[in-house]
Design a protein around this ligand. Structure first.
Ligand SMILES: [Fe+2]
Ligand SMILES: [Fe+2]
Length: 202
């Protein structure tokens, strides 16, 4: 009598078993990979880099979408930086530190999005001229600490909604990009939480 754990282990081993004819077989399933054809296709289009023939999303549309997300992240870096340096008042220090931390994380998002654009064969658009018009979130300067926090919360909520839409759009057609956006979305949700907490404390 097999335990569920043993059965799972067995299925895992069978999944990795390769037969001599270059086909990988999954025990008890019809799913079969034609490894030879797969290897040939991989060699044929070397200039395509990470984009293989089975890439099911519209690559130009995804690159365009990611460039808008890149613009959004860059505008968020600039807004958080501005707020970091302009934060003054009795409660300013921890808030300014939080703004700096967020700026660094938005920069990390921008970098990861730019890297994915290149991986997809596109070009990341860092053009300062069109940055704010392509960004989903706005660059708002603000005078008071409270206004800064509120404005950042608005921007985070915009980012959250736009990432959710992008993830929905991708579905399972480009799971690598989707996973990246899901990871970024989780951080944007933390950012929004942080801003709401600060607003409550003000
Ligand atoms: Fe971000
Ligand atoms: Fe954020």
């Amino acid at each position: 009598m097999h335990t569920a754990k043993q059965a799972k282990q067995h299925a895992k081993q069978a999944k990795h078993a390769m037969t001599g004819n270059g086909h990988s077989q999954h025990a008890g399933e019809d799913f079969e990979i034609d490894v030879r054809a797969l290897r040939e296709r991989a060699r044929e289009h070397l200039d395509e880099g990470a984009v293989t023939e089975d890439y099911r999303a519209d690559r130009d549309a995804v690159v365009h979408m990611l460039n808008d997300a890149l613009a959004t992240e860059l505008v968020c870096v600039l807004r958080y930086k501005r707020h970091h340096f302009m934060a003054t008042g009795i409660h300013a220090e921890p808030v300014a530190a939080e703004f700096a931390e967020h700026a660094a994380q938005e920069q990390d998002h921008a970098d990861r999005i730019a890297a994915r654009i290149v991986q997809l064969g596109g070009e990341p658009d860092f053009s300062p001229d069109s940055l704010s018009s392509r960004s989903h979130a706005e660059y708002v300067t603000c005078k008071t600490l409270r206004d800064m926090i509120r404005e950042n919360l608005v921007a985070e909520r915009i980012a959250i909604e736009s990432y959710r839409e992008m993830i929905h759009y991708l579905g399972d057609r480009d799971t690598t990009t989707r996973r990246l956006l899901e990871e970024i979305l989780a951080v944007e949700e933390e950012h929004a939480d942080d801003m709401r907490d600060l607003l409550d404390r003000e």
